[in-house]
Ligand binder design. Structure first.
Ligand SMILES: [Ca+2]
Ligand SMILES: [Ca+2]
Ligand SMILES: [Ca+2]
Length: 211
C-alpha cells in the first residue's frame, strides 16, 4: 500500500515538475514547439536526400568502430568540435531515446535541427560580430514583435541579452523534439518521402531542369 502511495506521489510530482518546466520555456499562450513556425524552422522537411547523406557521412567519420552509433568515448572524449563540455551537451541532447548512445538517425536529426537553428539565428546578426543581441532578434526574427520578445527570453538561457552558440540550441532542440516521433521515425519518414518524390519525377535529366 505504501509503495503504491509512493508511486502515485512520484508520478504526481513528475507531472507537476514537467508542467512547470514546460511552461518556463514556452511563450505564453503558445503550444510548445510552435515558436519554431514563426521563426521559419522547417526541420527535417527542409532537407533533401543529399543533405541527409552528407550528415550520414559525417556520422561515419566519428563512428570509429563502425557499430552504427556514437559512444561517449567516440564523440565526447575523442571528438574535436568546440570543447568537451559542449560536446557532452550536444551528445545528451542528440540522444533522444536516452540509451547512452547517439544513433545515426539521432545524429542526423540533431544536425538538421542545429544547423537550421544556427542559420536562422546567425542571419539576424546584422552587424556581424558573431552575437545576436536582443534588438537584432526582435527586429529580424518574426513579424510578431511581442512573440519575438518572449521567444528571445526563452532562448537567452543565461539572460545576458545576447544569443551565442551553443546556448540557444538547447531550448531550440527541445522545441524541435517535443511531442514528436523518435529520430528514427522522423528521418526514415523523410527519406521515404524524398525517395518517393524522386521516383515520381519523369527522369533524372528532367529533374535537373526542374531545379
Ligand atoms: Ca560507434
Ligand atoms: Ca540514443
Ligand atoms: Ca545569452
Amino acid at each position: 500500500m505504501n509503495t503504491l502511495r509512493l508511486l502515485t506521489h512520484s508520478i504526481f510530482m513528475f507531472l507537476v515538475l514537467h508542467a512547470t518546466y514546460a511552461k518556463s520555456i514556452r511563450p505564453e499562450g503558445f503550444k510548445l514547439g510552435s515558436p519554431l513556425d514563426p521563426l521559419g524552422a522547417k526541420m527535417e522537411t527542409g532537407v533533401d536526400l543529399q543533405k541527409i547523406e552528407g550528415y550520414s557521412r559525417f556520422f561515419d567519420f566519428t563512428d570509429k568502430d563502425n557499430d552504427g552509433k556514437h559512444s561517449k568515448v567516440e564523440y565526447v572524449d575523442n571528438g574535436n568540435y568546440l570543447n568537451p563540455q559542449s560536446r557532452a551537451g550536444i551528445f545528451n541532447v542528440s540522444d533522444n531515446d536516452r540509451d547512452g548512445f547517439v544513433s545515426r538517425a539521432e545524429y542526423i536529426l540533431n544536425r538538421i535541427i542545429t544547423d537550421e537553428a544556427k542559420t536562422i539565428v546567425q542571419a539576424m546578426d546584422a552587424n556581424k560580430d558573431g552575437k545576436v543581441e536582443r534588438s537584432e532578434f526582435i527586429k529580424h526574427a518574426m513579424p510578431d514583435k511581442k512573440l519575438a520578445a518572449q521567444v528571445f527570453i526563452d532562448l537567452d538561457t543565461d539572460r545576458n541579452g545576447i544569443l551565442q552558440i551553443p546556448e540557444y540550441l538547447k531550448v531550440w532542440g527541445m522545441w524541435a523534439r517535443y511531442d514528436r516521433p523518435s529520430a528514427d521515425k522522423r528521418i526514415s519518414a523523410r527519406k521515404a518521402e524524398l525517395e518517393k518524390s524522386n521516383q515520381a519525377k519523369p527522369s533524372s535529366r528532367g529533374a535537373q531542369y526542374l531545379k
